[in-house]
Ligand binder design. Structure first.
Ligand SMILES: Cc1ncc(COP(=O)(O)O)c(C=O)c1O
Length: 365
């Protein structure tokens, strides 16, 4: 006899390949993380917190939510902090959907949406992104039925990096005012694309964001949801009072006091590393998806040879197949020196593979 629901027992856990990664031995370009450590301000704030002997006390968040609201340019009642944006995604799905409901998730995309949908026993409808046409806005609108309770879009999307135009998001929100629209803005600082200013006009929009990526703090887990205050009040009924740990609160508060450290890194990645890498891919005629994030999904002829060559030289990237099973590499971009190193190693890998000889020219962007 099983003590748990049968669909939970039959699920497969989401276990990303994280073990053995070491930022001191590897150049980590496989999880879209920041490739440089956090600032001394953040480290010192954590050291002070431990030295002040406060670990035995439950978390209290002080003015953290207000600071985040100020940073995001919204009002405090429009924000809920979460244990990473994964928790925001989970809470929104639990709040909006009941077993048997339909959820629309354009694919390929980030795995957690499907994981949470499976836990809630939802029927997943999957319009497809393509490299040529990007976000499937009309297929998504056509997929809406009376059973749809939630639409999930990542802007920009992971793994494709696809940017979703603000007008498309607002068109969807307008077309389905009684359906929750989760807009995952995990990579917002890189894309600079947001609908945070529209949540009062469109109360069905719920945005998730994180301090894991640009801010370089995935280890301590802090995300936040931006939405209409009525939605935030409802979501707070699900989030536990201590789900966000105090280290996260202390570190993010210190990081927000010195945002230039983060902004400078974003500028280097987006204005130096990314153009360099795109230029290299273009020269080599290696196809890739246009990306507005800090990573690029590229499809060299011999992805396994390239991946192994990079790995042998301490550079980790993420193999990821597209919907037709064609294997590509999702590659995070770090600072400019790291990107030069990446380009040199891929170049070597291409000669080893004898690749780069029989390429199909890229369609014009
Ligand atoms: C699109 C997207 N959303 C959410 C997350 C999860 O972020 P967090 O660390 O805040 O849970 C990721 C992480 O890779 C992601 O790519």
């Amino acid at each position: 006899m099983n003590i748990f629901k049968s669909h939970i027992i039959q699920m497969i856990a989401y276990v990303p390949p994280l073990e053995g990664r070491n930022p001191h031995h590897h150049l980590l370009l496989d999880f879209n993380e920041r490739t440089r450590p956090v600032s001394e301000h953040v480290k010192q704030a954590l050291i002070n917190y431990i030295s002040e002997d406060r670990l035995q006390v439950y978390p209290s968040y002080g003015d953290l939510t207000r600071k985040i609201a100020d940073y995001a340019g919204i009002n405090e009642p429009q924000v809920m902090i979460t244990n990473g944006s994964d928790q925001g995604i989970d809470i929104i799905i639990r709040a909006a959907c009941t077993e048997g409901d339909e959820i629309i998730i354009p694919v390929p995309t980030f795995a957690m949406y499907h994981q949470c949908a499976r836990i809630a026993k939802l029927n997943v409808v999957e319009p497809e992104y393509t490299r040529e046409t990007g976000f499937p806005v009309s297929a998504l609108l056509d997929a809406i039925t009376p059973k749809t309770r939630l639409i999930v879009i990542a802007n920009p999307n992971n793994p494709s990096g696809t940017r979703i135009h603000r007008n498309d998001i607002l068109t969807i929100a307008r077309s389905a005012p009684d359906i929750a629209l989760l807009v995952d803005e995990c990579y917002f600082e890189y894309s600079q694309e947001t609908v945070a200013d529209a949540v009062m006009e469109y109360p069905n929009i719920l945005i998730t964001r994180t301090f894991s990526k640009t801010w370089g703090l995935p280890s301590i887990r802090l995300g936040y949801v931006i939405s209409h205050p009525d939605n935030i009040r409802a979501l707070l009924n699900i989030r536990g009072p201590y789900d966000v740990n105090q280290f996260a609160a202390v570190a993010i508060s210190a990081a927000l006091d010195h945002p230039e450290y983060t902004h400078q890194y974003v500028r280097e990645v987006m204005e130096e590393s990314k153009p360099l890498f795109e230029q290299f891919l273009d020269q080599q005629a290696i196809p890739y998806w246009p990306s507005s994030a800090n990573f690029i999904w590229a499809f060299p002829d011999n992805p396994d040879v390239i991946e192994q060559h990079l790995r042998r030289h301490g550079i980790l990237v993420r193999p990821r197949s597209d919907q037709s099973g064609h294997k590509g590499l999702r590659i995070t971009l770090g600072d400019i020196a790291q990107t030069r190193q990446l380009v040199d190693r891929i170049q070597e890998g291409l000669s080893i593979a004898g690749a780069g000889m029989m390429k199909v020219p890229l369609p014009k962007k």
